[in-house]
Write a protein that binds this ligand. Structure first.
Ligand SMILES: C[S@@+](CC[C@H](N)C(=O)[O-])C[C@H]1O[C@@H](n2cnc3c(N)ncnc32)[C@H](O)[C@@H]1O
Length: 198
């Protein structure tokens, strides 16, 4: 998908999200809407780095190259990571990692460009050729690692929240919210500094 197609598809999804939101319907946000949530958190908290856990094809990473000085993204699947890295190579501010998110997150946080960061937790098996790690949804372990850097994490977006407590091996809603609340400098859902979206 070229840049123009990516933005056109993104706009269509965004308009659909707005229309569903206006009708009060259930929302599974499209990628441009997710980008806008991530970008809004960064602007609110002065974030200069996006750390994306789960690259897939690199669409969110590519979008975020405009809004962030540094974009760091990781995917467990070797083929997907290679494909995404190829597509992202034209952006000088992106580093694409391949490997398990929980193993590589400390290294990503130690990257010289990882100053104040927004973190997008989106690593789990989602069908097709995507990877299934040791933990189907490693968000609790990721939140544990992020807690050690809480002074510079300006926002955490947890994607696909509808699968939490539903999909096998995922944490429960209560576990995830408790972990986010325990580790976030400002409690999630109350302050808006930590957004949780489906
Ligand atoms: C929902 S997709 C990511 C979509 C992407 N964030 C975007 O916005 O376009 C989830 C990705 O997480 C990857 N994944 C699954 N388990 C992982 C793990 N433990 N570590 C890193 N990546 C993982 C899968 O291979 C898959 O590509």
């Amino acid at each position: 998908m070229n840049a123009r197609q990516m933005w056109a598809t993104g706009l269509a999804g965004y308009l659909l999200d707005l229309s569903r939101f206006a009708k009060g319907g259930p929302l599974n946000l499209h990628s441009l809407t997710k980008y806008r949530v991530i970008n809004a958190l960064a602007r609110r908290g002065g974030g200069t780095c996006l750390i994306e856990i789960g690259t897939f094809l690199g669409i969110t990473a590519a979008r975020c190259t405009r809004a962030f000085d540094t974009v760091l993204t990781v995917d467990l699947d070797a083929q997907l990571a290679a494909l995404a890295a190829k597509g992202l190579a034209k952006f000088r501010n992106v580093t694409a990692y391949q490997g398990d998110a929980v193993t590589l997150l400390p290294q990503m946080l130690a990257h010289p460009g990882a100053g104040k960061a927004v973190v997008f937790l989106d690593a789990h098996y989602c069908g097709g050729n995507t990877a299934r790690g040791e933990l189907p949804e490693p968000a609790l372990d990721e939140l544990d690692i992020l807690a050690r850097h809480r002074d510079r994490i300006v926002g955490i977006v947890i994607d696909d929240f509808r699968c939490v407590g539903v999909e096998e091996g995922f944490p429960t809603n209560a576990q995830l919210l408790a972990a986010a609340e325990a580790h976030s400098p400002i409690p999630p859902l109350r302050s808006g500094h930590c957004a949780i979206r489906s």
